[in-house]
Design a binder for this molecule. Structure first.
Ligand SMILES: [Zn+2]
Length: 174
């Protein structure tokens, strides 16, 4: 196991400049309208620690959430085009949003590229359930921009080694 705080020195130049793409989760009273760029959703078990969503990396790897005995919660992530801001982003789908759209998001569901996703939060509480609704790609709509590697981007945001990408992806169907 790599020590937790080891610096990964490298002589290699990055393959491409990693652009910052924000993780989108609706605030109270906010509606987010995005176009899906990913073909499939990437699911991750997470903990809520230090007021942030963090991926579960397993007790053996010293997962802070597991050590603090925090519950594991499923989150799903999609590369999206944030129409209002005209930029790439990552949509965070909660377990409730996933359950509400189970058939669509399952491995046997359609290619999600071009689907229109609306996200909002139910009720007036900041921790109210975040909901998601998908609509099929509009006929004759604009061409969808290329997607990007969501798992890799999340590792970068979470400050994790990209070698954890495979460990983070859940089996597509349980
Ligand atoms: Zn954990």
């Amino acid at each position: 196991m790599r020590p937790k705080h080891a610096i990964a020195w490298t002589n290699a130049v990055p393959e491409f400049p990693l652009r910052f793409r924000p993780i989108l989760s609706p605030e109270v009273g906010q509606k987010l309208y995005v176009t899906v760029l990913s073909s499939r959703i990437v699911g991750v078990l997470t903990h809520f620690v230090h007021s942030r969503v963090r991926p579960c990396v397993g007790l053996e790897a010293g997962c802070e959430g597991c050590l603090a005995k925090r519950a594991k919660r499923w989150k799903g992530y999609l590369a999206v085009w944030w129409r209002l801001e005209a930029r790439e982003a990552i949509a965070e789908i909660t377990a409730q949003g996933g359950l509400d759209n189970k058939a669509l998001l399952s491995a046997s569901g359609p290619d999600l590229r071009g689907w229109q996703l609306t996200m909002w939060r139910r009720g007036r509480k900041v921790n109210g359930p975040s909901l998601a609704e998908f609509a099929p790609p509009p006929v004759g709509g604009p061409e969808v921009p290329p997607s990007f590697d969501v798992a890799r981007q999340l590792c970068h945001i979470w400050g994790l080694d990209e070698s954890l990408v495979d460990d983070l992806a859940l089996p597509s169907e349980q």
